[in-house]
Every structure is written in structure tokens, then in C-alpha cells.
Design a binder for this molecule. Sequence first.
Ligand code: URA
Length: 425
Amino acid sequence: MPINDILKIISTKRDKLALSKDDIAFFVRSVKDRLVDDSQISAFLMACFINGLSNEEVLYLTQELANSGHVLSWKGSMSVDKHSTGGVGDKTTIALLPVLSAYGFLVPKMAGRRLGYTGGTIEKIELIPGYNVKLSMSDFVKQVEKIGIGLISQTDEIAPVEGIFYRIRNHTSTVESSQLILSSIASKKLAVGSNFIIFDIKSGEGSLFSDFNASKAFAEDICAIMKKFNKKVSYIISDMNQPLAKCVGNRLELWEALSFLHNRKPSSLDNLIYNIFANSYKAYHNLFDEDKISKIYQNLFNEDKVIPKAIEWIKNQGGDPKYVEKPDRLLDGLEKTEILSIKSGYVQSMNVKKIGWLGHYLSDNLDGGMSIMVSIGDKVEKGDVLAYVYGRENLCSKDFDLISLINIKDVACPKRKLILDSRIL
Ligand code: URA
């Protein structure tokens, strides 16, 4: 009867011994078949958390989690998947997919909801009326094969045991294990099946890793795992000491992402999207001529290829394309108020996590958000606009205390680079 085997597997990890491929396969299969209860899964995960997993164990676990549901395959295609470790103001996926697809990359994407102070792609795209984030697996595959692009929320059909693990990890303080995080992310990427995966690993106070070296170590580890499964991989390490681009809060971020398709602004978002495009191009063409790649990227916009692709995508998923045509419509009916600087000086730092939480508050309670008009290193005068706050009611009576989250001092401070590292492996 499995129960003895399950107990043996848990005690093996508890006693710091190595789990075999068969042990891990058996455990994952038993979870899938509901033969293991939540307390046993918790014990297993806690043992993994405390005693760690070897590289082999992470590899086996990743493979079994990926194989616990459908594994998609886009054979022979230039398929691209991007994973970000999450940050504040990170609306990259929504702006990126039509750009990659306009070039001819296939972009099947399964995205998550928000986690802690970081935003989720799904809450943003869902604000387009009619947009269906829950396509069946066969409709998702058909759409991607037909038009080259699809964005859905996480589904039980893809890596379902990873979903069970993740739910339990969230309730048992076992999220912050780099090996469990690696197998969790890598298994989902494997199951979605793209041939090239690019990891945008955030580094800074508003991210999982505050330290650059920790971000880099994680980037190298996850790329090493994916390479073992014969995937092409790349990573970018990007700064998360201030929100990405200007907007924070679902509606504002969706507006910024869709506006980007028209005007390539703000430049920070353009910089990140260009780098992801360029690494995808280099990985598939083995061609590293930056001038040429940059021209190809610019031409996607100049030759008006990006917006028609975005419209096709949104329409195919049931969404109203008028929000792609005119993103400003997303802001209809929102009140807007200015947050003015109460002193002169230079922006030194931002409390990114608290800005992320404030973005959630504004999204959940006022269907709004904020647009932060300054970046670290900017000089500001007393009375300058630091930010605009948006919401669906009179905002003047409310104090959001955003001003205390932007630290201004009388000493000059360097601007921050967004792209801290970029590799194709
Ligand atoms: N994101 C994931 O998908 N998994 C983790 O374990 C952590 C962040």
C-alpha cells in the first residue's frame, strides 16, 4: 500500500538522505492521484525546505511536476516564453507579446495572478471587457497555432501537482526555498513547451532577491536546469529598486502597456522589451548585430505591425479591441489628483514594496492606480509633481501617503541602470 512508501519518502528527506528519481516520481504521482493528504505533502515540502535538494533531486522534481499534466509542444517553431520573478509596475508581458508575435515568434503564455506586493498579469488583462483568461487547453493551442499568440491564466491542466504544492507552500512557510522555487517555475515553463525561455530576474528592494549576486546565482541555476531539458535559454537581470516604467495599479498598468504599443513610452519599458526581443532574435538566428536587430525592432512599430497583432490577439480571446486602439478609454471616469513635492532635492530611493501595496489598495478599492513621474536620481523642486493618483471617486479627501515612499534629499544621486546583466546561454 502506498502509505508506507510515502512515509519512507518523507523520512528519507527528513533524515537528509537522497531521494531517487523513482521516489520523486512515486510521490508526485501519488499526489496527482490524491493518495497523499495535505499533511503529508506539507511534511515533504518542509523536509525539502529545511534539508535542501541536490541538483539531481531538483531535476527529477522539475521533470515530474512538468509531466503531471499536459506538456505542450511547439516543434520546430520559434516559440518564446518569458518569465519574470515579479516586481512592482511590471506590465512587460502585455506589451511584449504582440511585439514578439509581430516579428513571427510564437508566444504561448501562461501567466500568474498577483503574489504579495507584486502585480499579476492576469488581473491587468482581465480589465479588457470580454477577455477570456480561461481558454481550454485545446482552444489555447488552436489559437496560438492560428495567430501565434495567446495569454491565459494558470490552469489545472498544466503542471497540476505544482499547483497543489504551491498552494500548500503558501500555507506552510515553505515558499522561500530556492530549490522549490526553481522546480516550480521550471516545471511550468517546460509544460507550456516553448523552445526558448528568457528569464527576467529582478534585483533590488522590490523583488525576491535584493542582492545582485543572489539574482545572478538564481538566473544561472534556472537556466542550467532548462538547458538539461534541451531548451534555449537567456536571462536578464533588471533593477527593481523603483517601479518598472511609471504606472502601478492594474488599470493604470494596462493603460501604460497598451499605450506603449502606440508610442514606445516610457523608455525604460522600451529598453526592457527591446532586450527581450534582441535576446530572442539572437538565440534563434545566432546573429549578434545589434544595429540590425535594433532596426528590425523599430520597423515592427514603424511598419505598423504591432497594433494589428495586438488587436487580433485580444479579439481572438473575446476582448474588446477598442481598448487597444485607444488605450485612453481605460481611464474614462477616473478622477486624478497630483502629489506635489514638499521639498527640493534629488530622489534617492523609493519604498518599492509599499508602493506595490498601495497599487493593490488603489486597484481593489478605487479601480485606480498611480503614475510616478520621477525616477531615482532626478532633481525635483518643491511643488513639482511627483505622481498622479487615479481612482473612481473624489480623491482630494484621501491621504495616500505616497509622498513618504519617495525619499528626497539635498544630495545628488546617480540614476539607476535598468538592465544590470544580460546573457544568452
Ligand atoms: N513563482 C512561482 O511560480 N513559483 C514559486 O515558487 C515562486 C514564485
